[in-house]
Design a protein. Structure first.
Ligand code: ZN
Ligand code: ZN
Length: 355
């Protein structure tokens, strides 16, 4: 049996780079994709730390990647071997009640499966279910690196900005300037908000946001009184839209406090535990909360915006190394060492094994 290298989740706090059989077509709608680039996502860390109860032990981790189709099942209509594809974090049938309404995260036959309930992409090959809906062709003029985040972190930022109903000159605050925060800011820019205020405790990440024109003001809660600065920047009202992507101990409370009355507060963060919603303290503030796991149903649209130069995630790529070094990648990414925002995994280098 042909084998490949893959990063396997063995249970809480245990991952292992090991040999696994190369995946095969199991359903007529599957495709097998050779992974050309993948990355580590904070959801992978959540699985590693045991805070994703639906994650299965023994699966290959990873759900953010691009690749080349090597085989398709007999019912795959839109792809053939050799196609370059950006793959969606969500597997969805395209036919059920939720899919027909664009709520692909709630597909009755899918949702977040890859690298959570079935083998994911931190490997040399991956089986993609519902290939026709879950894969998007990468235009010839878009590089693999430029398309790498389309199926997950960029889809999330794009979706967050969309459900945030940003109007021109809306004041917005993005809590968290990590990968999802940065993609939320760049997607929000498509709607011409002003000002965009980024908040993070990591100055390097704030710098990246500022230098790349993703925000107009950058606040560090370790130094700035976020609530009063946001009020000062919004004529004393608070922000029109707040995007909570940080998921830290106090960021949920901060999100609704810095929102103006009648604001929309978009909660994208995956919290490790319960949050308190003290309705008696916000009575009359008439907030709209939108919560979320991404509905990644706009990947084709996002690829067009990348091709047109309107979305550019290159500022997030800080590290590149082959799959051989993936364990180091997990440590560096989690600790945000060496300015790490996104650790890019290039294909396994077998020649390094032959000493
Ligand atoms: Zn992810
Ligand atoms: Zn469905």
């Amino acid at each position: 049996m042909e084998t490949m290298k893959a990063l396997v989740y063995r249970g809480k706090e245990r991952i292992e780079l090991t040999d696994r059989p190369v995946p095969r077509i199991l359903d007529p709608r599957d495709a097998i994709v050779r992974v050309t680039l993948s990355t580590i996502c904070s959801s992978d860390l959540h699985i590693l730390h045991g805070t994703v109860p639906r994650a299965k032990e023994g699966i290959v981790l990873g759900h953010e990647f691009v690749g080349e189709v090597v085989e398709t099942g007999p019912e795959v209509m839109h792809f053939s071997p050799g196609d370059r594809v950006a793959v969606n974090v969500e597997s969805f049938c395209g036919e059920c009640f939720f899919c027909r309404r664009g709520f692909v995260n709630n597909c009755v036959k899918g949702g977040w499966e890859l690298g959570c309930r079935i083998d994911g992409c931190q490997a040399e090959y991956v089986r993609v279910p519902f290939a026709d809906t879950g894969m998007n062709p990468i235009p010839a003029s878009v590089t693999d690196e430029a398309a790498l985040f389309v199926g997950d972190v960029l889809a999330t930022g794009y979706w967050a900005a969309k459900i945030g109903e940003i109007e021109p000159a809306s004041s917005i605050v993005v809590l968290g300037a990590g990968p999802t925060g940065l993609t939320t800011m760049m997607s929000a820019r498509l709607y011409s908000p002003s000002p965009v205020i980024a908040v993070d405790i990591n100055d390097h990440r704030l710098d990246v946001a500022r230098r790349n024109g993703l925000c107009d003001a950058a606040l560090n809660p370790l130094r700035d009184d976020v609530e009063s600065v946001v009020k000062a920047l919004t004529d004393g009202r608070g922000a029109d839209r707040v995007f909570e992507v940080a998921g830290a101990a106090n960021t949920f409370e901060q999100a609704w406090r810095i929102a103006r009355p009648n604001a929309i507060v978009v909660l994208v963060a995956l919290y490790p535990g319960p949050q308190e919603l003290p309705l008696h303290r916000m009575y009359g503030k008439n907030l709209t909360f939108k919560t979320g796991g991404v509905d990644a149903n706009s990947c084709g649209e996002i690829l067009k915006l990348i091709d047109a130069g309107l979305l550019d995630t290159s500022c997030m790529i800080t590290h590149r190394a082959p799959l051989n070094d993936v364990l180091k990648g997990y440590r560096t990414f989690e600790k945000q060492e060496d300015g790490c925002i996104k650790w890019i995994i290039t294909p396994y280098e077998h020649e390094r094994d032959v000493k």
